[in-house]
Design a binder for this molecule. Structure first.
Ligand SMILES: [Zn+2]
Length: 325
């Protein structure tokens, strides 16, 4: 964990300003969505084959999940605000099953990324002494996903209690006292070598004093009893996006998970809040809708894309059907 991980951000983000870059962004975005839909189709096939392995409520839930995944994102309607080169996704039928649907995970992750990044930038503009680090906390791998996941969440709750105790002038000295705020997400995958479950969490932590990794590892082991594996990487002030992406990417590592594991994790995580926050990051509202905001008072062209076996392709241009060549 000590080595700095190179991560690419697969979430939606709009940072380039030139019209050319925006068009390239849009093409890359459609390509990303096509890949996500193809991955969703693999999940769909597995879910369909698994119907008979489940009974009662879980079986009904699976059938409903299958239907929602199948219809999710089969069309995407964009507005192209051509005077400024901007593309906005204004209509789609999302399933919102983001723990199992890669397309909805991208959209939801992008919304969270923007919301928390804006808060981060605001805080930095107000107080130049606030620093931020990407912190990863793990527990020892194990065969029982539920037991391991609950072990991790109770460790995080314990750490949070230490912060509260410190604020009230109670409890012993803790490294967590230097945490001014954080937002984090739980992630579940199989360990690469052990093949056992490996739940862990990534957090963006705001702090003033440097976080000493050795001290954090020591205290985390004291809390969990079985893990001192942590990572602390101070965030590059010039490019915080990559670190935020690490927190808001999928809760389930689709690429490292077979569909059977995915369903086991899906039922376990169903209805649970996988994002947690405290202090300066607490209470931010994430938009419920997965579409983009409209831009008022600017002319636009409507672009309707449909998903086919070869990915998303333009189906209608301003209401006119496009004839495939
Ligand atoms: Zn979906």
């Amino acid at each position: 964990m000590s080595q700095k991980k190179e991560t690419s951000c697969k979430l939606d983000r709009e940072i380039e300003s030139s019209q050319e870059a925006k068009t390239e962004n849009q093409l890359a975005r459609l390509d990303r969505y096509s890949k996500a839909k193809r991955q969703a189709e693999i999940h769909q096939r597995y879910i369909e084959e698994s119907f008979d392995n489940y009974q009662g409520r879980q079986r009904l839930e699976l059938i409903s999940l299958y239907d929602k995944l199948t219809s999710c994102g089969h069309f995407l309607l964009f507005h192209n605000y051509y005077t400024i080169g901007e593309f906005r996704l204004v209509e789609a039928n999302f399933c919102k099953k983001h723990t199992v649907c890669p397309l909805c995970a991208i959209r939801r992750g992008g919304k969270m990324l923007r919301t928390y990044l804006e808060r981060f930038e605001y805080l930095r503009s107000q107080n130049l002494t606030v620093r931020a680090s990407l912190v990863t906390l793990t527990v020892k791998n194990g065969p029982d996903l539920k037991e391991r996941f609950e072990h991790l969440t109770s460790g995080v709750k314990n750490a949070n209690q230490r912060i509260r105790n410190f604020k009230r002038g109670r409890g012993k000295i803790s490294i967590f006292k230097s945490f001014l705020g954080y937002v984090g997400s739980y992630e579940v995958k199989r360990g690469k070598n052990s093949g056992q479950w490996h739940p862990h969490c990534h957090m963006i932590v705001l702090h003033e004093d440097r976080i000493d990794p050795k001290q954090l590892a020591k205290e985390w082991q004291e809390i969990t009893g079985d893990s001192f594996i942590i990572d602390v990487t101070e965030i590059d002030e010039g490019d915080p996006v990559k670190a935020f992406c690490e927190v808001f990417k999928y809760a389930l590592k689709f690429s490292s998970m077979g569909s059977a594991d995915l369903l086991e994790a899906y039922f376990l995580l169903y209805g649970r809040n996988l994002i947690f926050s405290a202090g300066l990051f607490r209470g931010l509202k994430i938009p419920k809708e997965l579409t983009d905001n409209l831009i008022e008072d600017l002319p636009y062209i409507e672009l309707l894309y449909r998903y086919t076996s070869s990915g998303y392709s333009l189906s209608e241009y301003n209401g006119q059907k496009i004839t495939p060549r």
